[in-house]
Write a protein that binds this ligand. Sequence first.
Ligand SMILES: Cc1cc2nc3c(=O)[nH]c(=O)nc-3n(C[C@H](O)[C@H](O)[C@H](O)COP(=O)(O)OP(=O)(O)OC[C@H]3O[C@@H](n4cnc5c(N)ncnc54)[C@H](O)[C@@H]3O)c2cc1C
Length: 473
Amino acid sequence: MSEHFDVVVIGAGPGGYVAALKAGQLGAKTAIVEKHYLGGTCLNYGCIPSKALLSSAELIHQIGESEKWGVKVAGGVSFDWPAIQMRKDKVISGLRGGIGALLKGRKVTAFAGTAKLDGPGKVAIALENGEKHTITADNVILATGSSPIRIPGWPTDAQYVCTSDEAVHWQDLPKKLLIIGGGVIGCEFACMCREFGVEVTIVEMLPALLGVMDLDLGSGLLNVFKKRGITCHLDTKVQAMTVDNGIVKSVLSNGATLQTDRVLVATGRKPNTKDLGLETVGIAAGPRGFIAVDEFMRTAVKGYYCIGDANGKCLLAHAASAHGVVAVENALGHKKPFHAPVPAAVYTFPEIAAVGLSEEEAREQQLPISIGRFALSSLGKAMATNHTEGFVKVIRHRETDELLGVHMMGHNATECIAAAGALMHTRASVNEFSEVVFAHPTIGESLKEAAEDALGAGLHMAPRKLIKVAIGA
Ligand SMILES: Cc1cc2nc3c(=O)[nH]c(=O)nc-3n(C[C@H](O)[C@H](O)[C@H](O)COP(=O)(O)OP(=O)(O)OC[C@H]3O[C@@H](n4cnc5c(N)ncnc54)[C@H](O)[C@@H]3O)c2cc1C
């Protein structure tokens, strides 16, 4: 007879393993199935490896600028790529081991193999050792994540045309790199590779970098990239690509032809839902393969939940983990919807981070808004530490004082955004935001300054004209 579980989780990325830990914590008999590595994309091909590599790149960048601090580095800076890769691998394996230990600690049964739904309540596992095993469950949480999109018809040899899956583990660096896609992944790789001396070109079909974020962020980053010698072709598509004699030739819609020794395709991701046996339980994926869920992470079929990248709501690791907790709580009888604002972070240097509505989204919804801004060049901590590039932008509902969104480019933006996210989570007004006391000197003070500016009440900038504000209204 097959073993029965209260909760079975398929996929051990940041969605799945957190869901399994939560289920274990709540006393449920829990199993998790993973066909590859614990930690999923995030730990093995995404967030963690890319940030490990970026941290080496940022250090090079900072040393390159050391004279601005009055510090001289004799002989200039160099790097050891295999050592940088080795450090990254060590970080990954340490964290992977940590997840395994956490699962054990919560008495979660972990299966190494590929899971497939096999009719109501049944999950068939093709184990890594070649054996087949079937388990049953009251609740199944689909946490199978996503994979990078590869463009059909383009060369497939990853030495020449690759995705982020290969790029985070490159054995060597290209001399000339074309990055297709100026979204988060493309921009992070561009920023990183440039510091390692790679000649980088980005081709983006939208008119802006980071096109789905507030447009001021993308244009701020474009200026930074220009200064660093990263070429960006916006509003441009790659129409054809061939590999000839070890050189990749790419023909662009603006008439240019690029010759590079490698291409990184960073044009988006597709959900891993194709061979999951969804039809055996009556779940239909949407046209792009994502599995629709409601605010409780429930699919259309009772007892089946879908979290993280696979549901397409928000392709970020922390969203996946938050979905996982919500799915488990609902599966185990609590009624908990998910409405939390989810911050987004881009680990270029300077960093970029945002939470809530962009100016463009607020305008599209025809909301009456006022916008507060603060430039880091006016901030004491930014000047003291030589991190004056960037700004904060606060979007406020002019009539209700609701805090609609916060957008930041600047040093430590990905940390600073936590304050804005917490305030939005508690539905604080912009007035309340402006009353929060931030430590001085910190980069975070720029958030308060921008909130004050949205009220027309900023003190560290020239007075605004024509705005009347009822403080405390
Ligand atoms: C280069 C890069 C950088 C990124 N940086 C960030 C970042 O800085 N911050 C951030 O928030 N997000 C980042 N992301 C996105 C983040 O990695 C994903 O949003 C996150 O990993 C999604 O988590 P998940 O649990 O839904 O899926 P995944 O992490 O994709 O995990 C799904 C797991 O399910 C397994 N699986 C699939 N099918 C089966 C099956 N049938 N049986 C068993 N196992 C199966 C897979 O092997 C995988 O391990 C980045 C992504 C990339 C590619």
